[in-house]
Structures are given as structure tokens and as C-alpha cells.
Write a protein that binds this ligand. Sequence first.
Ligand code: UFG
Length: 331
Amino acid sequence: MKVLVTGGLGFIGSHTVVQLAKRGHKVVIVDNLSNSREDVLTRIEEITGIKSKLFIEDATDEASMRRIFEASSFDGVIHFAGLKAVGESIKKPIEYYYNNLVSTMVLSKLCIEFGVEKFVFSSSATVYGNQPSPLSEIMDLKERTNPYGETKAISERILTDAAKVNLGFSVCLLRYFNPIGAHESGLLGEDPRGIPNNLMPFITRVANRDIEKLTIFGDDYDTEDGTCVRDYIHVVDIAEGHIAAIENMGKGVSVYNLGTGKGTSVLELIETFKKVNGVDVPFVIGERRPGDIAVCYADPSKAYKELGWKANKSLEDMVRDAWRFEVNNNQ
Ligand code: UFG
């Protein structure tokens, strides 16, 4: 297949480009470099031996996107490009709604116009809102606590409505849980600009002594050790979920959780990181972070049944690979 990957130099996008290339698919990348670096392209080439075409463009820019669709005939689009910091989305709602919704509309409109049949969308477990885990695709979506989550739910709705009336246009909504880890080569990983928002890149920066200590946001939740529980999943497993989706998705709209089905607490993740990597991660217990829910993990059985995909890598793999990337790149 020939696949257009937006946000293809980002954390999940770059790992997916590698897996696509390995499976023999041709890839065209669109990335505006707002939270990624151009040298990721060289690193992808180093791993795969294949040079993908890159357009440094913004996926909200319809005229530029149109030129790309005119120049190539795509079998599918995987749309990663988007803003993804939950806290920032509360401070900059318009930016989040604009970027995340306009890009989805521009790309789906062009797919329909140019007869591109498959659209795979980066959604998030956040669309489930606060409901008891395991979270399953049959559950109704519940209220989100931030604009970022809202953009994912609205994008799902836009794509679903579009696929209903455009029979040649099929949509696969992938709801990610907590992707962490890095490529085992140490060449690709999560490299956020500035102070990280998410737990794993924060842990690696503390272990690296870039940041003095980690604050655990609350230890008084109703969980075994009092800290929040999440479904951490290796980014390469997530990337493989996209390959399974684009190769096996059916007609119309389909939706899948990409998670492991296993919950891990903040303290467990820190302890595993320390043990596997033999480094210290100093932390203090702080206040709860507004909007956090106590427990969030997937029922991943649907993706296995219908796509033949399941996560294979362990928590140990995730923390080892994340630390290898940090050591290779930021020390
Ligand atoms: N945490 C800390 N200290 C930190 C950072 C995080 O204790 O410095 C805790 C959080 O409170 C939470 C856990 O670590 O309990 C994981 O936090 P992340 O920010 O890494 O991830 P979230 O589960 O909050 O959010 C992630 C994605 C979102 C997505 C959401 C869906 O970042 O994009 O999962 O559930 F919407």
C-alpha cells in the first residue's frame, strides 16, 4: 500500500513509519515539526534502509495537503498529527480545537475527494471519560475533562458521520492507552520539547538528572498503593496495531482499543524502571493532578479477535527501551 502518515516524525508516528516500511508499504510523511525533529527521518532510514518522502507542511493547510494528494495516489491515510498535551489544552482551547479538528476535516475531505479508502485515526482512551476499567469499545463515551480529549471525541464523530454517507471511505478509530518505551535501536523515542507532561519522559529526565525529582500526583487514590493505575503499552506494539488496522480493517467504521489489558501503578512503574535500569528516580508525593482518574486500562480483546493484534512487549521492555533512548540521546 501507499500510505500518507501525518505526524510521521513524532513519537508514535515515527515508530509506525518504521513498521510500515518493514512490511513493504510505501510511506509519504507530512509533519510540521512543531513537536518533532527533521533528523528523525534519517534515523528511520538508518533502521529500515528506506528513505521515505517528507513534506514539511501543516495538516490543517488544505491547499498544501491538496497538492500532496494530487501528486500521489494513496491507499490509506494514518492521521497522527495533532496537539496532545492535556494541561496545555485547557490553557489554549482554540489552538487545540483548531489544529486537531481542522486537520481531521481537511484530510477526510481530501480522502473522499481523491477516492482514498482507508483512514486510520489516532484516538485516545480519554474518550471513555471516567468509567470503570476494563474499558471496552461497546461502552458509551463519557464527558471529557479537557479540550484535548474533546478534540478526539469530536474527531471520532466527524469521521464516523463522514464514513456513514461515503461508502468508499472507511475509518478505523484506534484508542491508545499509555504508549511508552522506544525503538530497541535507541534511535527513536519520546523526545518532548521543554518539560515533559507525561510520566515516562519525566522519569527518564529525572533518572538522567536533568530534573531533580519527580512529583507523584497523589497517593490517596482507591488503588492498591494509592497511586493512579494506567495501561502502559510499548510504542512498537502500538505501531504494529496500526499495521494490523490498515491491513485488516473492514468497510465502514471500526474502533479498537490499543492497550495491554494490564494496569500498572505510578509507583510500580518507577520501581520497575529503577530495578531494570539500575538507576535512581528520586520522587516526592504531591497533590492530585486535576482531571486524573484513579484507574484506566483496556479490554484489548476486540483488536485481537478482529485484527489479530495484541501487545507483546513487557513493562521491563518498555522501561529498558525508554532509558536506552534517553542515554543515547540526552546525556
Ligand atoms: N504522573 C505523575 N507525575 C508526573 C506525571 C504523571 O504522578 O509528573 C501520573 C499521573 O497523575 C497519572 C500517570 O502518572 O496517574 C500517567 O500520567 P500521564 O500524563 O503520563 O498519562 P495520562 O494517563 O494522564 O494521559 C495519557 C495521555 C493522554 C490521554 C490519556 C488517556 O497522555 O493523551 O492517557 O487516558 F488522553
